[in-house]
Design a binder for this molecule. Sequence first.
Ligand SMILES: C[S@@+](CC[C@H](N)C(=O)[O-])C[C@H]1O[C@@H](n2cnc3c(N)ncnc32)[C@H](O)[C@@H]1O
Length: 158
Amino acid sequence: MTFTQADMTTFELGRTFDVVTCLFSAIGYAQTVDRLDAAVSTMARHLVPGGVLVVEPFVKPDEWVVGRVAVETPVDDGRRALVRMVTSDRVDDLALLDLHYLSGRDAEVEYSHEHLEIGLFTFEQYTAAFETAGLEEITVDTEGLIGRGLVTGVRPER
Ligand SMILES: C[S@@+](CC[C@H](N)C(=O)[O-])C[C@H]1O[C@@H](n2cnc3c(N)ncnc32)[C@H](O)[C@@H]1O
């Protein structure tokens, strides 16, 4: 298994694949519709003719809830304890998430913070990106694996 670190909008692996997947909402990090189009086109370019692209969207614009504070299940294995709280906000169609971590070990507690900005795209925008990439047989499963949907498309044989 080869791992290549690169930007989803511009990567070039020099080969093609039967299937390309972009799962668990990574596509949201494209952030803008232009970069969504670029990312899907770059992924599609890495398909063999007849190859399939599978993209798992992030949350849709009309489903994003602002002002939430989510506490995720704490982890404690007796040696280290970890808890994460996430706050949600929004600017235009960009979800703003602030992830606050408390990590405890040997009677010491460390705080760390992560700020994420993730694009809120509609199924129409995903479909348009697949069409712009020249993919066919485009399907939109609005439920998908975890309730965020799944978009697939096939690279034409010709
Ligand atoms: C929610 S995780 C999903 C990871 C993986 N697809 C999975 O199913 O577990 C989002 C991932 O997107 C990566 N990412 C963020 N911006 C990116 C970019 N511009 N190009 C490629 N990957 C990116 C992050 O590093 C992170 O690993």
